[in-house]
Design a protein around this ligand. Sequence first.
Ligand code: 3HC
Ligand code: NAI
Length: 699
Amino acid sequence: MPVTSAIHDFVAVITFSNPPVNGLGQAIRRGLIDALNEALENDAVKAIVVTGGSQYFSGGADIREFNTPQVQMEPSLHSVINAYEASTKPVIVAINGTALGGGLELSLGVNYRVASANALIGLPEVKLGLLPGAGGTQRLPRAAGLENALNMIVSGTPVLAKTLADTRLFDRISQGDAQDDAIALAHEVVAAGKPLPHVRDWKIDHPNAEGFLGFSRTAIAAASGPYPAPLRCLDAIEAAVLKPFDEGMQVERAGFMALLETPESKALRHAFFAERAASKVTDIGSDVKPREIKRVGIIGAGTMGGGIAMNFLNAGIPVTILEVKQEFLDRGLTTIRKNYDNSAKKGRMTAEQVEQRMGLLTPTLAYADLGDADMIIEAVFEEYDAKKAVFEQLDKVAKPGAILASNTSTLDVDRIANFTSRPQDVLGTHFFSPANVMKLLEVVRGKATAKDVLATVMALAKKIKKTAVVSGVCDGFIGNRMIEQYSRQAGFLLDEGALPQQVDRAIEKIGFAMGPFRMGDLAGNDIGWAIRKRRYREKPDMTYSKTADLLCEMGRYGQKTGSGWYDYKAGDRTAYPSAEVDAMIVKHSADIGVTRRKIDDKEIVERLIYSLVNEGAHILEEGIAAKASDIDTVYLAGYGFPVWRGGPMFYADTVGLSHVIAAMNRYAKGYQGDAWEPAPLLRKLADAGQSFNTTAKPA
Ligand code: 3HC
Ligand code: NAI
């Protein structure tokens, strides 16, 4: 039963349950109304306690219902809150765990609130491109104070209940079971027999509310850029201050309905579900039991090995790290400690926590020390010979059932698996640099990888707070294979008439964290150069602009050498346009006989994004990615694609796939048209009027 009632003396305890997070779906809303009516009609009941049980009060409105007929069905969340607010018997909510969004809004509609000290309290709607639409913008400022409420609503970040103890929001902060305390409060309230308080009647107390709102508007407008939700939140909060309650509710309602239809909110909701869907692998059911990972081994304490180790240390999992020489081991450990010390200096962890983490790390030069590791991750040089030497050793020393992973970014994981006698235990774990910071983890499933090995690593990824996406084996996996096409287009744009700063500006203007040339300068242009040298041998038909090679021949590897596509000044990461580079590009166009033309921003953006989309379609068709939303998740978590645009495949769906093909056909008529052959899947879906993400919508 989604909603149950039990009578404790004269208190009706209404408990609702809708796993996984007690979303306030249609059945719950109906049940809450029925239970309320029953309690009101029962003369033996003198007070009502509402609870979501021991873990979640509620994660809010059931977002799986958005854009479905259920969301329109009565009783709406508004009707439920209104009914509880109108109750003639005192109503108390007991918040034992998380109360978010509509869950918190429901609690604001009743007379009294009891929360356990560590319950998470928040209005995260802004993160879905929305504003709290069931009275949160009107009641929270009245209950928690204007400044607290504005911070919570505009940032969407939840806080612990105890941090709001000095506001009017909670009548009692509970150190034990909030339900017991709520029942105790019910007894007191009934005994006292005072008039029932309603948050809607409270005044917002602030010495200079209008000044504060004006200041906040400037700050929010500057921080939110093209993304509309934060300012709409502010509009509604301002109405709470300036208008009577019911008028404020109307402003909130109008804002919510307008935001619900925005592409930004649709994209953010897609991103939310896409990330969660990525962790589910179609052919791996709950019958597949993950292996236990109590200790991890890492081979190589370089850039990646050190960062990877930190993820496990942070999660309290002991790590043994192996190097070829003591000096490399020392260097690796020094870097890890330095990173932790820096975090401590910034106040992100205590000195004690640094020592705790370092205490979990065991350095070694001996493979025998890896015998007790449940999983071993290799992060040595990117060469088959180096990988072969390591995996042959691991095959000898690793215990039976240990998972053997490679952090390779370009090599064939199936070939690496065959360096061992146990390819079923081998897979790729492609971390991104810096590995202790970047959220994305591509989990590369080899031909022989056992299901429980994949299930283990997906579960482990969650434990170390990574966003894991499964990729099949191919050169570059999902993310880098696509970025290569994007980089090619960026290069062709230079040949045809654009300059790096124009390309970067155009794509950054639509929300990318960094354009391709600033990104190249940050990552090191020599990395792409090495890959292209290999490509020239392996795929001589694949064309590239020569400008990136010419840049490297000039020694301009990027920030690390003080110059790249841009000039840099010592101690300053600002990218300054370079006359030398511009001249090289213009000369190169002349050398290859291309007449430079003015290229507008629209063309730049389309060519960069559609090159990603087309390669993404190949990746999907080949089964390298299981679903389009996985590709979106890779780009959102690892490549700075703007989250409110939902990822490249969702972006293409929004534009319409036939429009994407039409644009590609236009570009195919120009220079370097060979890059624009639409992937068969893209063509097929466009012809059928379908989109990539039809299968990624939540159930
Ligand atoms: N409705 C429906 N399902 C939800 C949900 C919601 N509000 N929130 C989470 N879920 C689902 C997830 O999709 C996931 O499902 P799955 O297991 O099938 O993949 C499951 O719950 C667990 O979610 P997480 O993996 O995110 O679990 P965590 O424990 O890490 O986090 C959480 C839980 C903090 C509740 C987090 O999921 C979250 O932040 N959810 C979004 C909450 C939110 O935005 N609420 C506001 C909704 S809008 C609203 O209330 C409108 C109102 O103002 C009118
Ligand atoms: P790195 O050169 O910084 O570190 C490699 C380390 O491995 C060195 O410290 C070296 O001494 C050690 N090593 C070499 N052979 C060894 C062996 N046989 N046994 C033990 N240690 C050995 O290289 P980096 O950048 O950390 O790359 C490691 C792997 O991660 C490569 O496969 C690379 O392709 C991959 N990768 C790198 C990324 C990056 O941005 N640097 C991103 C994603 C993957």
